[in-house]
Every structure is written in structure tokens, then in C-alpha cells.
Design a protein around this ligand. Structure first.
Ligand code: SF4
Length: 379
């Protein structure tokens, strides 16, 4: 029988500067010595939780900004993952990168050590907006980074873009889309800005100092992204993700199918055999805890079948292909159509969900109200 595969996530919590909208577990201002201690701790945690027979289909280094570390450190961590798990020879091995960290030597070193997918946090090609959202790169850095990554041998490239930024107009967004398509990358992630509590943007909005596009403009930006991406040959395979055929992110599909993954590093979450666990969030405390105990798990929760089913519905609806109803029944021994009959009936009647013989998915209208639809399935 084939071993089921899992994903591995590695968190690098360092950034050059904290962006005003960011609520990720990311910090600026850490010294090299702390980063070195963090890398040691990461390797130790991975080794301590190793499962040499468990097949790993995807490895994803995210953050923070993984490229704030030396390429040799990233290679060392990746090597530790390879020694601790049965990483498939064809595994997707991705990292997130800051455009201004990209040099040909650095990217070539990453490619040579086995990373085969790179995702640049570009956000916009408008230098004025990049400053507004506290990014440390400019549009030219982003163009250069993509060209250098291709030169270094990365043919699986992605860029992240954001819309709904302060004072961003539909025309600004259109120019960013145009610039992105001109780079001919096979994958695009396009997210609307969400002002999260605790961020600098939240505080600015509270003081009335953040001027954001209206909801109507933001919806128009999303609609525009859908149309322009389709016209450029990308298919939307998830609410915010678009790919040329064969370049869908395999790692993120593990999350959207609610499958198992290991998370290593500060604040990283794992989901394994119905148990969700979470690591210590602060990088220094994470490194201390690993040094003392070998791991840094601070929370562990066994999901009830109700919770696991609700989450599978919620994340599965993010996928354009929707929920695989037969797989759901095989996994939980219950038909989603029965367990969620009232919600499904309501949402279908409202034109937000559609159902075929074996799939349940968002309609085009449901896509614009995705969060409201998904929340109906939470236990
Ligand atoms: S670069 Fe990314 S992770 Fe770092 S602060 Fe900015 S948004 Fe957050």
C-alpha cells in the first residue's frame, strides 16, 4: 500500500522591516547571532520530530522572509528535512523571497541546494504604494528578481500581489496586473488587503489616518483580477491563486484539502492524525525551549470529528474545484450533503453554492462572498 504523503512547513520569522499591514509571526531587528541560534534550533526540532519512513511531497519555507537568512543556512535546514523524512525525489520545495535579497549567486545557491519553486512578495509595481505599505523593495527590484530567478534555473515562480491598498485606484491595480503579466511567471497569488487588529494599519485606521478604497472598488479590483488573469491564460484554482496549467501550488493544496502537515519553527502549526499543535511564537523563546526540550510545542488540540468536518468544508470551498463529496464521505463516514443539508440548501438558494454529482463549490457570486459562505460550516 502506498504511504500517504504529508507536507512540511518551515517558518523563518525574520524580516528586514515589519510591514504596516502584517499580522504574521514576523519580526525585524534580530541580530545575526540570534538568527544562527534559531537555525540551530530549527535543525534540532526537525531531527527531534523526524519520521524517516514518512513520505513528504512538499516542503515550504515561509515567514517572515526566509531570504533574510544566508543561502547556506536555508540549505542546511532543507538538508535536515531530507535526512529526517522520506522526501520524494519529485517533491515541490518552495521558499518565499524578498525581491531585494535576490542576487544571481544567492538564487543559484538556493536552486543548487534543491529549492525548485520561489515566490516573491511583490505586492504592487507602484513605488509610491510600496513605500506606503512599508516594503523595502521597489518595482525594479521585483522585475530584476524574477529575471535572476529564471536565470538561476527556477522555472516554477510565483509572485504575490495585493489590491485594496491605501489610496489605490482601479487604474493603479490595472497597471500592477499588466506589469505582473509582462513577467510571464506561471503562478500568481492576489489578495485583498485585510486590516488586522494589532497591526500598524489598524492603529492608523483607528486614528482616521488610513484611506482605503471602498468595498465597491475593492470588489471591482477582484473582478478585474479574475477577468485579466483568465484572459492571460491563468486559471483560478483557489479563491486568491491563479496558475498556468501544472503550476498550482502543491503545498497549499494540502492546507485546502485539510490534509496532514508538519510545521517547524517559531509559531508554526502542525496537523497530524486529527491533532493540531502549535509551537512557541517568539523566536528567542522558541530557540531556548528547543535547546532545553528538543521541541517547542505549547498547544495541542485533538479536533472532534465535527470540527474536522467543518474545517474540511471551510477550506475545501476555497478550491475552485470545490469539495470532493465522495472523498469527504470516505474520510468521515458521513455525507456532507446530509450533515450540512440546511446550510447547503440556504446557500444554493442564495446562488452562492453549486452542486454537481460529486462536487460542491462556490458560484461566481459566492466567490465574492467567500468568507461569509465558509463561516456557515464552522462547528
Ligand atoms: S515581509 Fe511579509 S512577513 Fe515580513 S513583515 Fe512584510 S508582510 Fe510580514
Amino acid at each position: 500500500m502506498t504511504q500517504p504523503t504529508v507536507g512540511v512547513y518551515v517558518h523563518i520569522p525574520f524580516c528586514v522591516k515589519k510591514c504596516g499591514y502584517c499580522d504574521f509571526n514576523a519580526y525585524s531587528g534580530y541580530r545575526d547571532a540570534t538568527k544562527a541560534r534559531y537555525v540551530d534550533a530549527l535543525c534540532r526540532e526537525i531531527e527531534g520530530r523526524s519520521e524517516a519512513r514518512t513520505r513528504v511531497a512538499t516542503v515550504f519555507f515561509g515567514g517572515g522572509t526566509p531570504t533574510t537568512l544566508a543561502a547556506g543556512d536555508l540549505a542546511r535546514v532543507l538538508d535536515t528535512v531530507r535526512r529526517s523524512f522520506a522526501v520524494d525525489p519529485e517533491a515541490e520545495i518552495s521558499l518565499e523571497a524578498n525581491p531585494s535579497d535576490a542576487t544571481l549567486a544567492y538564487l543559484s545557491c538556493l536552486r543548487g541546494s534543491g529549492f525548485n519553486r520561489i515566490s516573491f512578495g511583490v505586492q504592487t509595481f507602484d513605488d509610491r504604494l510600496l513605500k506606503t505599505i512599508d516594503r523595502v523593495h521597489n518595482a525594479e527590484d521585483a522585475r530584476q528578481a524574477v529575471a535572476l530567478a529564471k536565470q538561476a534555473g527556477f522555472d516554477n515562480l510565483s509572485i504575490d500581489l495585493m489590491f485594496g491598498l491605501p489610496r489605490q485606484t482601479l487604474a493603479d491595480w490595472d497597471r500592477s496586473l499588466e506589469a505582473a503579466f509582462a513577467l510571464v511567471v506561471p503562478h500568481l497569488s492576489m489578495y485583498g488587503l485585510i486590516v488586522e487588529e494589532g497591526t500598524a494599519f489598524w492603529a492608523r485606521r483607528e486614528r482616521g489616518k488610513l484611506s482605503l478604497p471602498s468595498e465597491k472598488t475593492e470588489a471591482a479590483m477582484f473582478g478585474h483580477a479574475l477577468e485579466r488573469a483568465a484572459a492571460a491564460g491563468y486559471h483560478r484554482y483557489e479563491v486568491s491563486n491563479y496558475a498556468l496549467p501544472g503550476f498550482e501550488s502543491r503545498h497549499n493544496q494540502i492546507y485546502w484539502r485539510n490534509e496532514d502537515y508538519f510545521g517547524f519553527g517559531a509559531g508554526a502549526a502542525s496537523y497530524r492524525g486529527g491533532i493540531r499543535s502549535m509551537n512557541e511564537r517568539l523566536p528567542g523563546r522558541y530557540a531556548d525551549t528547543v535547546a532545553e526540550h528538543g521541541t517547542a510545542t505549547v498547544e495541542r488540540e485533538a479536533l472532534t470529528p465535527e470540527e474536522a468536518m467543518g474545517e474540511t468544508m471551510m477550506v475545501g470551498l476555497r478550491l475552485a474545484e470545490g469539495i470532493d463529496l465522495l472523498a469527504f464521505e470516505r474520510r468521515f463516514g458521513v455525507r456532507a450533503e446530509d450533515r450540512y443539508a440546511p446550510q447547503i440548501a440556504d446557500l444554493r438558494q442564495a446562488g452562492l453554492l453549486e452542486q454537481s454529482s460529486d462536487r460542491l463549490s462556490l458560484t461566481q457570486r459566492g466567490l465574492f462572498l467567500a468568507s461569509e459562505v465558509m463561516i456557515r460550516f464552522l462547528a
